[in-house]
Ligand binder design. Structure first.
Ligand code: ATP
Ligand code: MG
Length: 251
């Protein structure tokens, strides 16, 4: 951080340990060349994180194949590839004008460990809220729709990856296989986003907002992935809510 960002008196502190699965999130603080206190957000990615990611991606693909659906999820061969991909996908989002943490770079630390550095956001993940206003939900659907129109897919939408501050930020694009037809990727993203809000907002409000951007066919295609999304440890809703959602998506 001293060499690349001109920071002095640098402190690196882990944040939210226990929540993160695939990296060690850190807050990096120091003084810049003009003596001003500056913060960055960093993710340390190690070999074991890459192996965990690989296992999760593999299990999701196996689940889809058992249900006669096309596997969607990609895997990384090295930690470097994982860090580079994370950085480049954030860059894509940033260039599209979707609010996200501005990516600054990815750097080798030692062995198989890499550090991705981004802007530090003064924001909270929606997972830490009790309730989410319809305006916020609308904004997230609008950003996702804008991404989809440009054939950019997220692949890992979950309440921890949507943060609210001055605006709504979308973080951490996941890793979907390149050759998967767009309609499947769109359907999976849409399924994840619908489910992200179930804990925080009435289901009818979520659907009304989703229908502003997505056609009935897209919502029906999203229904195909709701079972898989329900198995995620970081998106919560019960079977009754799921049933209600599925009925609505088919109408
Ligand atoms: N750019 C950022 N600025 C400030 N805080 C952030 C930033 N990005 C993430 N966070 C916070 O750090 C926490 C951990 O983020 P991180 O993305 O590492 O973990 P995660 O989303 O739980 O898991 P995953 O590694 O699967 O994305 C988030 O829940 C959020 O509160
Ligand atoms: Mg995240």
């Amino acid at each position: 951080m001293t060499a690349r960002f001109g920071l002095s008196i640098v402190s690196v502190r882990p944040i939210d340990i226990g929540v993160s699965r695939l990296s060690l999130p850190v807050r990096i603080t120091g003084r810049n060349k003009r003596g001003k206190k500056t913060r960055y957000f960093g993710k340390i990615m190690s070999y074991s994180d890459m192996l965990t990611d690989r296992s999760i991606q593999l299990l999701k693909n196996v689940y889809l194949q058992i249900h006669a659906k096309r596997p969607l999820f990609g895997i990384f061969e090295t930690t470097e590839e994982m860090a580079q991909d994370h950085f480049e996908r954030l860059e894509t989002l940033y260039r599209l004008g979707i609010p996200t943490a501005k990516p600054y770079g990815y750097y080798w630390l030692r062995g198989q460990s890499w550090l991705v550095v981004t802007e530090y956001l003064d924001a909270k993940p929606i997972s830490s809220f009790h309730e989410i206003k319809p305006e916020i939900v609308d904004m997230v659907f609008r950003y996702l729709y804008r991404m989809h129109r440009k054939r950019v897919f997220h692949g890992d939408l979950k309440p921890d990856n949507i943060m609210v501050g001055d605006t709504v930020y979308i973080l951490d694009i996941g890793h979907l296989q390149k050759d998967v037809p767009s309609r499947y990727k769109l359907a999976y993203d849409l399924a994840c986003l619908l489910c992200c809000f179930l804990e925080f907002c009435p289901i009818d409000d979520i659907l009304t907002l989703a229908r502003r951007y997505y056609a009935p066919q897209s919502l029906e295609a999203a229904a195909e992935y709701i079972d898989l999304v329900q198995m995620r440890p970081d998106i919560h809703f019960n079977d009754d809510t799921k049933k209600k959602l599925l009925v609505s998506l088919h109408h």
